[in-house]
Design a protein around this ligand. Structure first.
Ligand code: ADP
Length: 408
């Protein structure tokens, strides 16, 4: 239960999810026990052609601004703009704090954490483990700590939900001298899985108490086995490059391939990093696009090969995750592809017939929530994720332990 504390009735919690050249934000009003979206938006093209847009809960544009081609607003400028927007919009409300999505909490941070300069320095140590995300997640935190030091900030980690996995699910078969340094399988998308695990009992109490696999299929894709609602295993590992193929990441790769790239193709570590994170996955295989919509609409052989491989790998991982939890009561689809692509869901469910999944094609076309027949031994669901709400809830709980509110 969320306790009203530092974030009271007149408070607003801001949620930030920052990337390399953009950030998304959401504002939640604290209404008793509820958190209600009052605005959301994004700033993008921060170093090339900056644009800012904020919409209300119904999707009506509250503010829109473009700085033009070649303008370099940067994260600092965009955050300043966001703070100005909040000041105008929040008259009468107070900004209780800002919750940030931070991809990696490492060994040390297994729960949402109040931020200060010391915590940020500790989190910087995890940049090499998530080079595409961690540095950008930390940038707005650093800017706000400098410019708005009185503002409470909370980091919510994508790794935290998985830290309770059995040791064997987290282990690599490497010498102890290396694993003792924290080289283990962390898993990511934890905020999404935590949210889905929280709402699953409303849909499927048996699976929520039993064995479920959640497929978070977006630009970044991963899968997580839930046993009794807790993370038991996941496809992502030490970094967010492991597991399924993704928009531009390769996913599971024989480490011997990396040695080959270095020894035989003469690639250095930066070139390998670029290949693994930015040039592979759906984009690399198709030679066309990282975007599933584009691939599904294309008749090019590369596009078909990329979708085929994506679906095949989901099926393989599903078998592996079901083995980790001793069977399967439900499969849940979420995120951009999982929530919107009836075609990908259908293909995954058909391949998973051996696990007792019997697809209801009409329900699948409608988008669920249940997409299997009433007689299906194992159920499949479409459950939209809500990482922002999860971050807002965590932020509110952390702030409830620390009475600090400042006028926006
Ligand atoms: P991110 O990981 O960036 O949050 P999303 O969860 O928004 O990504 O997912 C983005 C992916 O979802 C893209 O590949 C996009 O093509 C895909 N997607 C969105 N809508 C559809 C749709 N109707 N059909 C197929 N794919 C879709």
């Amino acid at each position: 239960m969320e306790r009203p504390g530092a974030a009271d009735m007149s408070s607003v919690i801001a949620v930030l999810n920052a990337g390399s050249s953009s950030f998304k934000f959401s504002l939640f009003a604290v209404e008793g026990e509820q958190l209600a979206v009052v605005a959301r938006g994004q700033a993008e093209g921060l170093y090339t052609s900056p644009r800012f847009v904020a919409k209300d809960a119904g999707g009506a544009v509250l503010e829109e601004k473009a700085w033009g081609e070649g303008a370099k607003l940067g994260h600092e400028g965009a955050l300043e703009h966001l703070v100005g927007f909040l000041r105008n919009r929040l008259a009468g409300h107070r900004l209780a704090g800002v919750g940030h999505r931070v991809v990696h909490g490492g060994l040390e941070y297994a729960a949402p954490t109040l931020l200060d300069a010391g915590v940020v320095a500790a989190l910087e140590r995890y940049v090499p483990l998530a080079p595409l995300h961690q540095p950008h997640n930390l940038t707005p935190i650093r800017v706000l700590l400098e410019r708005q030091p009185q503002l409470s900030q909370v980091a919510c980690f994508d790794t935290a939900f998985h830290r309770g996995q059995p040791a064997v699910a987290q282990a690599f078969a490497l010498p102890k001298s290396i694993t003792d340094r924290g080289v283990l399988r962390y898993g990511f998308h934890g905020l999404s899985y935590e949210y889905v695990a929280g709402v699953l009992p409303r849909h499927d109490e048996g699976a929520a108490r039993g064995r479920a696999v959640v497929a978070h299929l977006g630009n970044g894709s991963s899968m997580c086995a839930l046993a009794g609602g807790r993370s038991a295993a996941s496809t992502m590992g030490f970094t967010a490059a492991d597991g399924l193929p993704m928009g531009t990441r390769c996913g599971n790769l024989d480490p011997g391939v990396v040695l080959y790239l270095i020894d035989e193709l003469g690639m250095d570590t930066r070139a390998v990093e670029k290949l693994i994170y930015q040039q592979s996955g759906l984009l690399g295989v198709s030679g066309l696009s990282s975007d599933m919509r584009t691939l599904l609409a294309s008749t090019l052989p590369g596009a078909k090969a990329a979708v085929d491989l994506y679906v095949y790998r989901i099926g393989r991982e599903l078998g592996s995750l079901a083995a980790a939890i001793g069977g399967l009561d439900a499969l849940v689809f979420t995120a951009g592809i999982g929530e919107n692509s009836a075609e990908v869901r259908e293909r995954v469910c058909r391949d998973a017939a051996w696990l007792g999944i019997e697809l209801d094609p009409a329900a699948n076309e409608r988008g669920g929530p249940c997409i299997t027949t009433p007689g299906s031994r194992t159920r499949a669901w479409v459950i939209p994720t809500n990482e922002e709400l999860m971050i807002a809830r965590h932020t509110r709980r952390v702030l409830a332990g620390r009475p600090s509110e400042v006028p926006a």
